[in-house]
Design a protein around this ligand. Structure first.
Ligand SMILES: Cc1cc2nc3c(=O)[nH]c(=O)nc-3n(C[C@H](O)[C@H](O)[C@H](O)COP(=O)(O)O)c2cc1C
Length: 354
């Protein structure tokens, strides 16, 4: 069914159709039809027991950062069955992001290229929205992560202040944090993946966290393009400072092995590639970190997960949970349900062994 709907949706501009679809779902939910139609149709039936650093959820499938940047669609996403949703990337000040068009489909590769540039409403507005959502959805089981970044105008040497602002403001309203230093679409951001820059930002956030009555787990999201030595640096630092976990991985700047032809790629231009072409690379990083640390660092896998088999591959490589993004666009609203069904059929209903 979604196969046919997707054909129609793909006739329209990528970014516009994203908001159109989510707003349609919002209308359905506001009419009270979310729980009546969406939940029964799309929520997984299997009840599992999944956890990461003490956070428990009913299924291991999350929605990656960048889909609901402004925390507008939490209720709708819960109806679609997601175990957790990562909002953001949130920056201190609102920013418009890069000029449009900035999101492109590569259907031959089941992929996307984006150069959104952290378009978001800014932390204040997003906190207000989260607060309202929490008040109205007291019984909600949905786990919400806060993915935080820096504004484009903030120089790298002051980046820690932006992370601090977002961390403090979001702290009461999210269940975990992800420090994003790996987006290819904010100039210079990925330089913050260098060990000493990371140490400064992460130690500072941990210090604030330790002063809170209830601390929140802090994850680091890394790029799939890091050379091995730099992944080793990240691992060493994570172990040294007892970081709660790593999200592997963000979009790639590589254009290797794509079916899409070079003129089309040249026309699209710069941006992060996501979807099926990222699957293997992301699995390799998850496996590498897991093997090198003997499973000491909790991992959330992101990159090219479309099916239950893709999710199993990531879990077997050492991930505790998985996130989808591009797969949601290509597979449609049944993606969580389908993945959970495959996991259950494979007898995988918890990650207690991780
Ligand atoms: C349009 C778009 C916007 C994204 N925005 C963000 C973002 O703001 N912050 C972030 O950490 N990751 C962002 N991502 C990366 C995704 O969260 C995910 O890590 C990546 O797309 C790989 O997963 P996938 O292959 O399932 O799409 C974005 C991805 C896409 C396609």
């Amino acid at each position: 069914m979604y196969k046919y709907l997707r054909k129609i949706l793909f006739l329209f501009p990528t970014e516009g159709v994203h908001y159109f679809s989510m707003n349609c779902m919002k209308i359905l939910c506001s009419l009270g039809l979310g729980r009546l139609i969406l939940s029964p149709a799309f929520r997984p039936k299997e009840k599992g027991q999944w956890q990461i650093v003490g956070i428990e959820m009913s299924n291991p499938v999350g929605l990656g950062a960048g889909f609901d940047k402004n925390a507008r669609y939490l209720q709708e996403l819960e109806c679609l069955g997601f175990g957790f949703v990562e909002i953001g990337t949130v920056t201190p000040l609102p920013q418009a992001g890069n000029d449009k068009p900035r999101l492109f489909r590569l259907p031959e590769d089941c992929a996307l290229i984006n150069r959104m540039g952290f378009n978001n409403d800014g932390v204040r507005q997003i906190v207000l929205r989260l607060k309202k959502w929490r008040e109205r959805n007291k019984g909600s089981q949905l786990i919400v992560g806060g993915n935080i970044g820096k504004n484009k105008v903030t120089p790298n040497e002051d980046a820690w202040k932006d992370y601090e602002t977002c961390f403090k403001e979001l702290h009461p309203w999210v269940d975990y944090f992800v420090v994003n230093v790996s987006s290819p679409n904010t100039p210079g951001l990925r330089e913050l993946q260098e060990k000493e820059s990371l140490r400064k930002i992460l130690l500072h956030l941990q210090m604030i966290n330790n002063g809170k009555a209830q601390s929140k787990p802090i994850f680091l999201k890394i790029a799939p393009d890091l050379p091995k030595e730099q992944i080793d640096d990240v691992i060493d630092l994570a172990l040294e400072i007892k970081l709660d976990g790593i999200v592997a991985a963000n979009t790639t700047i590589s254009r290797d092995d794509l079916v899409t032809d070079s003129p089309k790629l040249a026309m699209i231009g710069a941006g992060g590639l996501s979807g099926k072409p990222l699957r293997q690379k992301s699995t390799e990083i998850v496996r590498y970190i897991n093997d090198r640390t003997g499973g000491q660092i909790p991992l959330i896998a992101s990159g090219g997960i479309f099916t239950g088999e893709d999710a199993i591959e990531k879990l077997r490589a050492g991930a505790s949970l998985v996130q989808v993004w591009t797969g949601f666009i290509y597979e449609g609203p049944s993606i969580v349900k389908n993945i959970c069904r495959t996991l259950a059929m494979a007898g995988i209903q918890n990650n207690n062994n991780n």
